[in-house]
Design a binder for this molecule. Structure first.
Ligand code: UDP
Length: 239
């Protein structure tokens, strides 16, 4: 059936910056509502939807570390920022019509469930959109690494990386008018051409796990569902 589901389960990476909308910082509720609607629409492709949320709209560990604040503590603060974003997105997803659960890599059981692979899998099987907060739960990592890690352990068919750019380009499209978007790349090609698809740790894990990464822009409404269906503009990095 060519209209059947493309993936059984996918991991959608939503950066913190995507939640800022037009604001310079923090949460822009209309944008969060739109992304939540996109996630609910993405579920209608038939795929189970796990979401790793970033925190860069509130705090990035590497940017605030220094002076009196050590990197590990700054990263702990960054991971807490991702929990705030996940809670906002959870409410917005529920309001958009799908049950949702936030699971945090840093246990904080009075606020949300602690992350466990089995728990996440069970919620997904029951049709809930699962917001995975706290990244990997460890400092010195990013939520991109968290996204690839969770995608691998939850047997997701791909990481759908929602960004502000509609794919991976030969050069920075904002600076170079001749930059061309790749339709498809292997992990090895991306590495050989030094194309920054994700940070090095995240990319190494994706390559090792043979996990496809689909890079697309979240600006257009419905972009997540379109990317899952293989429609719209994107770059697929796959073995
Ligand atoms: N972070 C961390 N470990 C992780 C994931 C995130 O320490 O596994 C911290 C880190 O300080 C990072 C911040 O949380 O800067 C926010 O995550 P990220 O920068 O990945 O968010 P995004 O760029 O996707 O908004």
């Amino acid at each position: 059936d060519r209209n059947g589901p493309v993936y059984g389960r996918v991991l959608v990476k939503v950066s913190g910056e995507a939640l800022m909308g037009t604001e310079p910082f923090g949460l822009h509720w209309p944008t969060i509502e739109r992304i939540a609607q996109d996630l609910v629409e993405a579920k209608s492709t038939g795929a189970e939807i796990a979401v790793v949320v970033g925190g860069g709209n509130i705090l990035r560990g590497a940017s605030v570390a220094g002076q009196g604040l050590d990197r590990a503590t700054a990263d702990h603060m960054g991971m807490l920022a991702t929990v705030m974003n996940a809670l906002a997105l959870e409410k917005a997803v529920e309001q958009a019509g799908s049950p949702a659960r936030t699971l945090s890599a840093i246990p904080m059981p009075t606020i949300c469930e602690p992350y466990a692979r089995q728990t996440a899998s069970r919620h997904l099987t029951r049709g809930r959109i699962v917001l995975l907060a706290g990244g990997t739960g460890n400092p010195y990592f990013t939520t991109d690494t968290g996204a690839v890690l969770r995608a691998a352990e939850l047997d997701c068919g791909a990481v759908m990386k929602a960004t502000n750019v509609d794919g991976v380009y030969t050069a920075d499209p904002k600076l170079d008018p001749d930059a061309r978007r790749y339709e498809r790349l292997t992990h090895d090609e991306a590495l050989a051409k030094d194309l920054k698809v994700m940070d090095a740790a995240a990319f190494a894990l994706a390559r090792e796990s043979k996990l496809p990464i689909v890079v697309f822009s979240i600006r257009e409404p419905g972009a997540i569902a379109a990317a899952i269906r293989g429609e719209g503009r994107s770059t697929t990095v796959a073995p």
